[in-house]
Design a protein around this ligand. Sequence first.
Ligand code: CP
Ligand code: NVA
Length: 299
Amino acid sequence: MELRHFLTLMDLSKDELHKLIARAIELKAMQHAGTIYEPFKNKVLAMIFEKSSTRTRVSFETAMVQCGGSAIFMSPENTQLGRGEPIEDTARVLSGMVDCVMVRTFEHEKIERFAKYSKVPVINALTDLCHPCQLLADMQTYTEHKNSIQGKKVAWIGDGNNMCHSYIKAARQFDFELAIASPVDYEPNADIMAMSKGHTSLYTDPVKAITDADLVTTDVWASMGQEEEKNLRTKVFEPYQVTSQLMSLAKPDALFMHCLPAHRGEEVSAEVIEGAQSVVWEQAENRLHSQKALLEFLL
Ligand code: CP
Ligand code: NVA
C-alpha cells in the first residue's frame, strides 16, 4: 500500500476528506452505541509533543486504546530529541518500530523532514504553520449540525495563525467562502492565501468578515511559542473579541467554534462561548472520532 502522510489538508483529496468526515460520524455513532471496534489491534502510535496539549494528546491516545491499539507519549524532556538527536535519525528509528507517528512541533519544515525519513504514516498534530487535525473535527461538527458546508460563509476573526491557515486550506478542499478579519501585520501567510484564491477574502474590520456568516470561529491571540508577545497582542487584538454584539451580525442560526483552549474576555466573551450558538464541546469531542477515521485511513 502506498505510504500516506497527513501533514496538511492538501495531503488528502477532496473526496477522501469528505469520506473521512462521513466515517467519523459513523465511528461516533458506534462509540455512543457501545460497539466494540478494534481494527488497530497490536498497532502502536508514537506521539511526539514538543508543545503542550490536552485535547490532541487525549484524543489520539484514547482513539488508539478504544480501537484495540496503544500509544506512546514522547516529549523532548524525556527522549533523546531534547539532547539533540537529529529528527531524521528519530524518524528512521521510530518508524522501524511503530505503525504511525504523530508530531506536534514548532517549525513545519521539521515535520516534513520527519515524514521524508519515515517508513510509516506521519500525522501533523499542530505546527506553527497549520493544524489540520482540528479542521477534521470542525468540518465534522458543522456537517452534523447543518449538513454540507459547501457554499457557506465562514468568518475567521483574529490572528492569521496556524488555525487560520488550516481554515484557508479547508475553504478550498470543502468549497466554502472564508472571510478573514485580522489586524495589520497579523494577517495570514500570503502564499497560503494564494492557494485558496477565489475562496477567501481578507479584512481588517471584523464587522465586514462576520456579517451574514454561517460559522464564526476564532483562536487565541498569542499561540504557543508567542508568550513574550502576549501583552502587545492583547492591545492590538482588542477590537477582535467575538462578543454577542459582533455575533449578532452573523446569520441568526450561525454556529460558533473555537479549537480551545479559550481565553474568555480576550478572543471570545464568556457569553458567546457559553451561549446557544456555541458548539465548542462537541467540536472538542469530535477530535476523538475524526482522528479515529484518520488513523483508520492511514493504517
Ligand atoms: N485544539 C487543540 O489542539 O487543543 P490542545 O492544544 O489541547 O491539543
Ligand atoms: N493557535 C494555537 C492553537 C492551539 C490548539 C496555538 O498554536 O497555540
